[in-house]
Design a protein around this ligand. Sequence first.
Ligand SMILES: NC(=O)c1ccc[n+]([C@@H]2O[C@H](COP(=O)([O-])OP(=O)(O)OC[C@H]3O[C@@H](n4cnc5c(N)ncnc54)[C@H](O)[C@@H]3O)[C@@H](O)[C@H]2O)c1
Length: 334
Amino acid sequence: MKPGSTGAGRGPTACLTGWASVERILVTGAAGLIGRTTTWHFARLGAAVTALDLDDPGDLAADRVVVGDARDRATLASALAGVDAVVHLAAIPAPELGSADQVFATNTAATFAVLDAAGEHGVRRAVIASSINALGYRYGPRPGRPAYLPLDERLPSLAADPYSLSKQVDELTAAAMHRRHGMDVVALRFPMVAGLGGADGLDDRLPGFFDVIAGDPGHAAVDAWLYLETRDAARAVELGLRPARPGAHTVFVAAPETSAPYPTEQLLGAFLPDVSLRRPFPGRTAPVDLTLAGELLGFAAEHVPDLPMRDLEPSPRPGHDAATSQVRRRPHMP
Ligand SMILES: NC(=O)c1ccc[n+]([C@@H]2O[C@H](COP(=O)([O-])OP(=O)(O)OC[C@H]3O[C@@H](n4cnc5c(N)ncnc54)[C@H](O)[C@@H]3O)[C@@H](O)[C@H]2O)c1
């Protein structure tokens, strides 16, 4: 299919349940990990979905597919036809997946173009994918450490790589688009996202990632052991299109428990011993403040498997550098 061309006629066309004013949703990056599940989720709710991606895999749960680049205004004009709300997920999702210029420029230009074209088209509700990496801890020259835990939306960014910086800029772009177009935009800071299956074509790699992290818990310390199941990510997207307050908002979304089968306070003592803790973290509590996700979006993760908890070995294994070994060996990158 040519860029900008459309495929039609697969799936439902009814209004999204409970949303009289939102009838058609554009999902960019719809063929990707989160996009595929988000498209599936909206289709299940009865929404009409236009999917935009560089390729059409042929099995998306969208009733309309536009093939093309999210930076291209002609493609966007085609994709935005009849659209009431936009979910922008298309991006190069890690710094090593392109040159520094490609990663930064593609991600930031796509976010600007999608939101600006949507605003000009009259769209007033959007969700974009930000990342825990807007904080910049994973991919910089040195692993970053939060000034305190739990992670929250007020921590300053330490971004020093093109991907993390692109996510920080995307959040600024969202705020600018609220000022420019009066558009409400929620930037979701996703942590590691992976799935438990649940339907044909949905990701099922989360249990494998849990196993990797159990064997090498230092691996995920730089992300504070946060994760989110793909269907919960899709639900957060849905709720992000109807925030409790207008404006541009950046919001952490994550499972309330960690991806590791160890007590959180043991993990913190072993791998982040110098980080100040602003509250206790009993059991496997995830060290992230999810207050805004609850208040603004009404979001709480539902797909949270029970990992039987056991004690962490007293010290990291010989040769294991908790501060650095995690950086390049992660199963999936936010
Ligand atoms: N998966 C995670 O763990 C995670 C965590 C945090 C943030 N995120 C963010 O969530 C979003 C989705 O991530 P994902 O894991 O689904 O990524 P993915 O790579 O699986 O999917 C991204 C999709 O976007 C498409 N795409 C890329 N550039 C495009 C462009 N210029 N025009 C049109 N389509 C384009 C790709 O073809 C792909 O299908 C990204 O913005 C990513 O940075 C992901």
